[in-house]
Design a protein around this ligand. Structure first.
Ligand code: FES
Length: 109
């Protein structure tokens, strides 16, 4: 089973292949959202972009969905929308600062 390490929170969990990353995080008490986006988010529809996380290695999650391609065409790095990402292998997940979680520094867990 794939292992997912949420680096900000120093927590590693296992999940079946193809598990939705957002659902996995929320099941394990990982707060994926920064600030007001904890309340004001699209609840996993891929519309708001606030569930954005850095995933390493990115190839261990499923291919980018249409909404992610639109969201990230200008953003560099291994960022993914957690609500659109399916876990396919061992990954490390980091939430960064900013409303969308694409800032330079990781948030403190
Ligand atoms: S929860 Fe809104 S884009 Fe993922």
């Amino acid at each position: 089973m794939p292992k997912v390490t949420f680096k900000n929170w120093n927590k590693t969990v296992e999940c079946p292949p193809d598990t939705n990353l957002r659902k996995l995080a929320l099941q394990h008490g990982i707060p994926l959202y920064n600030g007001v986006s904890g309340v004001l988010n699209c609840r996993g529809l891929g519309l708001c972009g606030t569930c954005c996380v850095e995933v390493i290695p990115e190839e261990k999650v499923g291919p980018k969905q249409y909404m992610e391609v639109l969201r990230f065409f200008q953003i560099k790095g291994n960022f993914r929308l957690a609500c659109q990402a399916e876990v396919r292998g061992d990954i490390e997940v980091t939430k960064r600062e900013g409303l969308y979680g694409t800032g330079k520094e990781p948030v403190k867990g």
